[in-house]
Design a protein around this ligand. Sequence first.
Ligand code: GUN
Length: 294
Amino acid sequence: MRLIDGKTISDAIKKEIAAEVASLMDKGHRPPHMAAILVGHDGASETYIASKEKNCRAVGMTSSLYRYEENISEKELLEVISFLNDDEEVDGFIVQLPLPRHMDVDRIIAAVDPDKDIDGFHPVNMGRLALGEDAFVPATPCGIMELLKRDGIETSGKKCVVLGRSNIVGTPMALLMSRNNPHANATVTICHSKTADLAAEARQADILVAALGKPGFVTADMVKDGAVVVDVGIHRIADSTKQSGFRLVGDVDFEKVAPKCAAITPVPGGVGPMTIAALLMNTMKAYKKKEKIG
Ligand code: GUN
């Protein structure tokens, strides 16, 4: 069994981006600028946004945060989005999810300019992705594809099973894996809550992507010997032996599953750091498109 080291690979990507930003600035260009909108005080969202801001600045990009309380109206939020769509100094932005219940999430996402949609959630970007056109791809599946490519995992002709059909991970992951290119070309199955025999489907996988949001869901009996397992889950579990009082676990029962695998992503240090790296890659892409560079 080999660990797929997302931390080291994401550090390499960030170094490359930092060098590119420095080179652009040497040539007299402004730095890329990513903005984020955060509504409320969801713990996981606060962590993600803080990490995004820190990493953005570390590579020399500009980062700005638009924070609002839970009671902001949908109309006010739409006005902020319109402002950022029109702001010449912002290359791309995200609206952190989840949003409060009184918001129509689809309407909010659809209001983002597709060319500034570095989350890749807008229907235009999802449509382009489905058609195999150039698109902003959601950061988590984008990061996973980059991770597999850089780690030298063969995907072409392999059987890939994706557990979970969310718009953010499972669905774009399946689309990316089935694309016609040498770092994809997999035969893909998506499993979900109505799949008749999920364990039997999962056991067929050469590459198993667990993205269903349930701690420790994937057990050893669901994994074929020699499979590559990608764990997208990230959950806080109470643990009194830790100073913090918790530890992080994924959607995979790592202790039992890892010995069966050819390779597996750990939690933390696997998919998580790649998500941020992919968001930075998307910001660079938006910047270049806007400034007509490269
Ligand atoms: N909430 C959980 N994951 C994400 C993400 O990738 N982007 C945004 N905007 N919100 C999220």
